[in-house]
Design a protein around this ligand. Structure first.
Ligand code: MRU
Length: 360
């Protein structure tokens, strides 16, 4: 563990977002953050897969690492007889959890290749667990490298705007968009962060704000529709967001609302950076038009959920009329022309096919 200290009832401990021990996968229960810190254990791959679709764990990098662990879990569960069929079935289940985050498919493909490269079931089980762990470690290291490269873009007293949560909760450690902020802070620079609340699930208000509190970074949560106001006033120096999938031509899928931030940044002459490791780049996807966009339940839009201090538990409260329906795309695509650069684990590159191609 390189970085994150969580203050749980006054006791500081270092945590990764997701990890595997024995046959179990453990993760921080993200829907409870920032109100309660809890680690949950999943003992079989189906439960781990359900944790991905239910967003107990979320964020492209963390989903990827978790998907790799889930497939390793499936290899441990699989009977000797019919081993490969069982594991192939599990791969389908895991890949079916969330369609947009490229890291998920990156991780399951790598674990699957390892499994298929070994003759006997026991050897395949061992290889699967080893590869899943390697993916998680690379994920943490990738965030650290993004921090190192991205930190150079952040001068003292800069005001950064970010959308959703691309901090360490969205990865195994460090994060993508927030990693440069953490690294700049560690170099002694002061940074102020505008945190978009990010409706409907409020990953900004709940998760990014909580992470920044843990790390002592000055910030303010703003309503999603306030970012244009601050950009036009000249109060935002740089926008940094994460990515769920990057296409070959530099188009980027990220949390719904990212596209409008990019257009606003362009209109106001503000640099707009995307931070993502190479595992988020989909070389089989020519442009953003080919990226599948997840549609989630309409309830997420029609209601809000948060902590009730009266009841001491999470509570969902209906906002829209009972007769109303909602549309809930979880991501949008920002065209490459609005992106100043992509901060990767191998350096900062332009958002175009030539520059992206050179990363591999
Ligand atoms: O739906 P989520 O919470 O899994 O969404 C992913 C995100 O948090 C963002 O889109 C983020 O900016 C990219 S993930 C590193």
């Amino acid at each position: 563990m390189v970085f994150i200290r969580v203050d749980v009832c006054g006791v500081f401990r270092d945590y990764r977002t997701v990890w595997m021990r024995g046959n179990s996968v453990f993760m921080i229960n993200q829907p409870l953050i920032p109100h309660k810190f809890e680690v949950v254990e999943f003992k079989c791959y189906r439960d781990t897969a359900r944790a991905i679709s239910d967003m107990v764990v979320r964020g492209a990098g963390a989903i990827g690492a978790c998907g790799g662990y889930a497939l390793a879990q499936a290899a441990l569960e699989a009977p000797d007889d019919g081993f490969l069929e069982f594991v192939h079935g599990a791969e389908q289940v895991i890949n079916g959890t969330r369609p947009t985050a490229q890291d998920l498919f990156y991780a399951t493909r790598r674990v699957m290749e390892c499994i298929c490269g070994v003759e006997d079931a026991n050897g395949a089980r061992e290889a699967a667990v080893g590869e899943a762990q390697k993916i998680a470690d690379e994920n943490a290291r990738g965030g650290e490298m993004i921090g190192k490269y991205g930190e150079k873009l952040i001068r003292d007293k800069m005001r950064v705007l970010t959308h959703c949560n691309a901090g360490w909760l969205a990865f195994v450690d460090w994060g993508s968009a927030i990693a440069p902020i953490y690294a700049a802070k560690r170099c002694g620079r002061n940074v102020f962060v505008y945190v978009d609340e990010t409706r409907p699930r409020c990953q900004g208000a709940r998760l990014t704000a909580w992470e920044l509190c843990q790390e002592g970074v000055e910030h303010a949560v703003i309503a999603d529709n306030a970012s244009g106001y601050y950009m036009r006033r000249g109060d935002v120096d740089i926008v940094i967001v994460g990515a769920d999938r990057v296409a070959c031509n530099g188009d980027v899928a990220n949390k719904i609302g990212t596209y409008e931030k990019a257009v606003l940044a362009h209109e106001n002459g503000i640099p707009f950076y995307v931070a993502a490791p190479r595992s988020t780049i989909d070389l089989s996807c020519k442009s953003g038009d080919g990226i599948p966009i997840e549609e989630r339940a309409e309830d997420e839009v029609l209601s809000v959920f948060g902590w009730s201090s009266e009841l001491s538990r999470m509570l969902t409260v209906r906002v829209a009329p009972e007769g109303s329906h909602a549309l809930n795309p979880a991501f949008d695509v920002t065209p490459a022309k609005y992106i100043t650069g992509i901060i990767t684990d191998a350096g900062v590159v332009k958002a175009n096919e030539k520059a992206i191609g050179k990363l591999f």
